[in-house]
Write a protein that binds this ligand. Structure first.
Ligand code: ME8
Length: 658
């Protein structure tokens, strides 16, 4: 029997367009939903909109339209964004839908009939922004303790939910269910909150003050408090009080994903409501952290609200999905910056993953006629065993990390395989194997293994980056149906079918050019090319040093003009129609250079990727066979290149060489 996995996001207020905060929770939920489907669970993934209440009424009034029209205009913005982000939600609730309002009214009536709701007059401090009353002692310097805005004193007759009677029970429930509120630190916060006496909760608003809400079934002068309406979406949609069989299948929810801002409403209001209704509590409420933008709180007034649509357009959907979950451990606060996103895209996605695929495809075309070759021996080599084991372990690790909502660690586990794949290529050196006919069987095995590692990667990446997973699959031509529970059944190493034709396509992640102006950091003010370019003796000639070398002595100042740096080779490809020239893109840490080097007779481009070389980084750009070269890669040899200059130890790219 497949397990039922019911996951929800908050339903977002339609007072404004969606931003990266909303996208964050929704992407996280999507990854879990996709992964659980792949693992064979039956999944119900619900998201939607919170359309009632003061915030929405105010936004509509500001726009000069009635609230329903306002909601109808904004709802497609959320739905379109979810499509663009490849969100695989199974339903989309809007709290103005009759399927929801009906259930809210029935639930309210049931609570009223049970005596869980009573009417009373109340005087308190009201925060319009948070739509809630505070007691005198709650206030902080006379301001709302939550949003720090001014509050006003109001006296009202309202309906109250007897929340206070559930305080002890709730404390006990939280203590007895370790995973009910996660992460642990948030659980402790809720327990801390519950140390203070819990008051009854006002769950109505007089229509005279707020008309935009669901009318109380037992008093038409009132509408339902927006939270008492919104939270019910989690049960109204899967069939509470309307379809028992369906409801029994999905409730209790497996995970409610929320931001830390709305943990109390979920952990306290929602739990006690469910208890009063006689319903079981969800397994887990997970409160994730808060995103700032370039170090600042995101707000309309600051004008720094980030539109996910723009990011998708600029960087692609999967780069954004990857960044959102890779950058910060889920649960902790994080900061969004374009630079950080570009960094992730260029390194993890373009250099590591993109390169692995393109190198593999290039070699399959070149050395195996564009067809996945038949491996001759299985696990013949220590390197093969290591690759297979890492693929299998990474797959298991992804499952176990996602079980704990540790998205970033799941991605790290996947990247151990990406990196090992690249190392496997470097170490097995297929370009060398291709030179000797007797190495052909080994070459085939190696190429097969890399392609198989990529099949594993594609399956593991699917939940995070569905489009990328599909593209890897398409280019390598293997058969996997991601809508089937691939990981639920047999998913083993060696499943890749030899003989399939590959379809090398465009690169997965085009690099974002971050090339900066190349001056200044050495204090070099003279931008003129030092002339003649002094070459260190070791790189100048294969001849021993002669008297004529020493004749061309240079001063230390002249030498210092040269900007010598370590550089990591990111990409390498042959310059068309040239036997000798290879175009490399190298990273100097903060900047990148494109260099055309005459090393093509000695090296295959694939062998260079990932290597640390030494470059002259302030050489005036020149064009070689029409291709711009912005520096020089140092190599030993004169007419003939004998070997590239490398560094004995591991050093960061961009380190000064002197
Ligand atoms: O609270 N960083 O809706 P809402 C991370 N309608 N996540 C963020 C974020 C940020 N800067 N900003 C928003 C509501 N979020 C209610 C919910 S549920 C029954 C009713 C995300 O539009 C995060 O998930 O204010 C947060 O909890 C949610 O959006 C708040 O959305």
């Amino acid at each position: 029997m497949p397990k039922s996995f019911y996951i929800t996001t908050p339903i977002y207020y339609v007072n404004d367009v969606p931003h990266i905060g909303h996208a964050y929770t929704t992407i996280a939920a999507d990854v879990l939903a996709r992964y659980r489907r792949l693992a064979g669970d039956e999944v119900f993934f619900l998201t939607g909109l919170d359309e009632h209440g003061q915030k929405v009424q105010q936004a509509a009034a500001k726009a000069g339209i009635d609230p329903q029209t306002h909601c109808d205009r904004l709802a497609p913005q959320f739905q379109d964004l979810w499509k663009r982000l490849n969100i695989s939600n199974d339903d989309f609730v809007r709290t103005t839908q009759p399927r929801h309002t009906r259930v809210v009214q029935r639930a309210m009536q049931a609570l009223f009939d049970k005596g869980e709701i009573y009417q009373a007059s109340y005087t308190g401090w009201y925060c319009t922004f948070d739509e809630r009353f505070w007691t005198e002692k709650d206030l902080e310097n006379g301001l709302c303790p939550d949003c720090k805005r001014p509050v006003e004193q109001l006296s009202e007759t309202n309906y109250f939910f007897r929340m206070s009677r559930y305080q002890d029970w709730l404390i006990q429930h939280i203590q007895q269910h370790q995973d009910f509120i996660l992460p642990r630190s948030r659980r402790n916060e809720v327990l801390g909150f519950l140390q203070k006496p819990l008051e009854d909760l006002s769950i109505s608003r007089p229509k005279a003050r707020l008309s935009w809400g669901i009318e109380l079934p037992f008093d038409s002068n009132y509408v339902t408090y927006v939270w008492f309406d919104a939270l019910v979406n989690y049960i109204s949609v899967p069939g509470y009080l309307s379809d028992d069989t369906r409801f029994r299948k999905w409730w209790p929810a497996t995970v409610h994903l929320v931001g830390k801002d709305i943990l109390t409403t979920h952990a306290v209001y929602w739990s006690t409501m469910l208890k009063a209704l006689g319903l079981p509590l969800p397994n887990t409420i997970f409160a994730h952290g808060w995103w700032t933008v370039e170090g600042e709180k995101m707000s309309k007034s600051r004008g720094n609200v980030v539109d996910p649509n723009v990011l998708v357009q600029e960087f692609g959907v999967d780069a954004f999905r990857y960044f959102a979950l890779r950058e910060v451990p889920f649960g902790q606060d994080g900061d969004f910056s374009r630079q950080a996103l570009i960094g992730r895209l260029n390194t993890d996605l373009a250099n590591d993953l993109g390169n692995l695929l393109s190198r593999t495809l290039t070699m399959i075309v070149r050395y195996a006629g564009g067809v996945i070759p038949e491996p001759t021996t299985r696990a013949a080599h220590e390197l093969d065993v290591q690759l297979e084991q890492t693929a299998v372990q990474a797959t298991a690790a992804v499952g176990s990390f996602l079980g704990k909502l540790e998205f970033n660690r799941a991605l790290e586990a996947i990247w151990t395989l990406v990196q090992l794949g690249n190392q496997y290529i470097d170490k097995t050196a297929p370009w060398t194997l291709a030179k000797r006919a007797e190495d052909k069987p080994r070459l085939n095995t190696v190429l097969y293994n890399i392609a198989e590692a990529l099949r594993f990667l594609s399956v593991n990446l699917f939940a995070f980056m569905p489009q990328t997973a599909e593209e890897i699959k398409r280019q390598l031509g293997f058969m996997v149906t991601f809508s089937k529970p691939v990981l639920g059944g047999e998913f083993t190493w060696g499943g890749l079918m030899p003989g399939t034709e590959i379809a090398k396509g465009s690169s997965l992640f085009p690099r974002i050019d971050t090339t900066t102006k190349r001056q200044g950091d050495t204090g070099v003010t003279d931008t003129q090319q030092p002339s003649p370019v002094p070459q260190p003796a070791s790189a100048a000639s294969s001849e021993p040093t002669t008297a004529s070398d020493t004749a061309q002595q240079i001063t230390i100042e002249e030498f210092r003009k040269m900007r010598l740096r370590t550089a990591k080779v990111l990409t390498a490809e042959r310059v068309p129609k040239s036997e000798k020239l290879i175009k490399v893109r190298v990273s100097l840490g903060a900047e990148e250079l494109q260099i055309v080097a005459g090393i093509g007779k000695k090296y295959e481009p694939e062998a260079l990727i990932g290597k640390t070389v030494v470059v002259v980084a302030n050489l005036k750009s020149a064009k070689l066979m029409g291709v711009e070269s912005q520096g020089m890669v140092l190599a030993a040899g004169d007419k003939e290149v004998l070997g590239l200059v490398t560094i004995l130890e591991e050093v960061e790219p961009g380190t000064k060489v002197k």
